[in-house]
Design a protein. Structure first.
Length: 387
């Protein structure tokens, strides 16, 4: 834990926690938490001596102890994102429906950076919402209907490693669920609290992390694949997309060298690779940090088909909302520990491809219809503008 002398311990991160607490105390409200992939490898750093400890079960247990009505997993909607974003990529590749390369859009800081400094690339950004954007819209429409809950009573709270997500959920475009049900005052997501804020809240409530018994996510938005888990690492979105694209085009599961696609792993700022998909060479790049992005954009990008950009070093595992351990700034060794923890979980899982997620298939069957279909376009995709 940070000592009293640590500047971090002096920062008060209360406002959003207090609003969530108020919602939990309101009997009229149903409070639904969704946890981003990286939270489970960062939360333990606020309590333990070992960085990157896998803490999924304790994280869910802590949220239930704090009063959550439901705890869902953003790895579910990371899989949904990969289906929509992967289908969009295949559409651009096969039918020329949009410019290439396609850039990822799940990092709101990168999206804002493009809108501000490179608006000529806006059409290259995937229109797929980020995983939490898809999660909120799905909770307030599909889940609300299935559970028989008035969507206006649902309060969606995302626990993320990311401070930029607090601004993302307030983008005026991200109110599609409300538009669908005729509630113009309803946002898809109501609050974002960071991993650090969750740890602070747990300490205030005297929840002893080490003593928590593991708990499980609720269904039906509570199951993700290994591909959804590794979204938190630099290169994870790319690897997840390649797994999905290969299986979608060939009908076969990817071979081991594509399932564990080493060229896009690790802490190098710009990684480049080529993959053969259905007889066509696909050139990909994985970038983190805006300085690296500028270097990449300064070159010839016309040969690339798909580019992942995350602004934090190593991806979301070291987002600004992740806790420090013993007040020591997050360094590469800690990043590697968190990344290893995620890849180890992915390797342990039998479900490793977003396209195989049975809960995602169920949501398409019962609600969205098909990827890039009319309802999916309305609720799972968004637009950007020059700023
Ligand atoms: Fe947020 Fe950083 Fe992840 Fe971007 S890379 S979504 S800014 S935590």
């Amino acid at each position: 834990q940070c000592s009293a002398a640590c500047p971090e311990s002096a920062i008060t991160l209360r406002s959003e926690i207090d609003l969530v607490r108020t919602a939990i105390g309101d009997p009229e409200k149903v409070v639904v938490f969704s946890t981003s992939p990286s939270v489970r490898v960062g939360l333990g750093d606020a309590f333990l001596d070992k960085a990157g400890t896998w803490a999924e079960g304790k994280m869910v247990a802590a949220l239930k102890a704090l009063g959550a009505d439901y705890v869902f997993d953003v790895t579910f909607s990371a899989d949904l994102t990969i289906i929509e974003e992967g289908c969009e990529l295949l559409s651009r590749l096969l039918t020329g429906s949009g410019p290439l390369p396609q850039f990822t859009s799940c990092c709101p800081a990168w999206v804002k950076y493009v809108e501000t400094y490179h608006p000529q690339l806006i059409a290259n950004l995937s229109t797929a919402k980020s995983p939490i954007g898809m999660q909120g819209a799905t909770i307030k429409t599909y889940f609300a209907g299935k559970a028989g809950i008035d969507p206006a009573k649902l309060v969606t709270v995302n626990v993320t490693p990311c401070t930029a997500k607090k601004a993302e959920i307030r983008r005026s475009e991200l109110a599609d669920a409300g538009n669908l049900v005729g509630r113009s005052d309803m946002r898809d997501n109501d609050y974002v609290i960071t991993t650090k804020e969750l740890a602070q809240w747990m300490k205030e409530e005297h929840i002893v992390f080490e003593e928590l018994a593991d708990a499980e996510f609720d269904s039906i938005l509570g199951k993700g694949s290994g591909a959804g888990v590794i979204f938190g690492n630099t290169g994870g979105v790319m690897e997840a997309a390649l797994r999905m694209a290969f299986q979608s085009l060939t009908g076969q599961p990817p071979a081991n060298d594509l399932l564990d696609f080493e060229p896009v792993r690790g802490l190098t700022g710009v990684k480049k690779a080529a993959v053969e998909l259905a007889g066509k060479q696909i050139n990909v790049a994985v970038v983190y940090g805006t300085a690296n992005a500028e270097k990449f954009l300064a070159g010839d990008i016309s040969d690339y088909h798909f580019v992942e950009v995350m602004t934090c070093p190593g991806g979301c595992i070291s987002g600004a909302g992740q806790p420090q351990m013993h007040c020591v700034p997050v360094v590469d060794d800690i990043r590697r520990s968190r990344i290893s923890s995620m890849y180890a979980e992915d390797a342990r899982m039998s479900l490793r491809n977003s396209i195989d997620n049975p809960q995602v298939a169920q949501v398409y069957r019962e609600f969205y219809g098909e990827p890039l279909g009319p309802l999916a376009e309305k609720l799972l995709h968004t637009s950007y503008r020059s700023r």
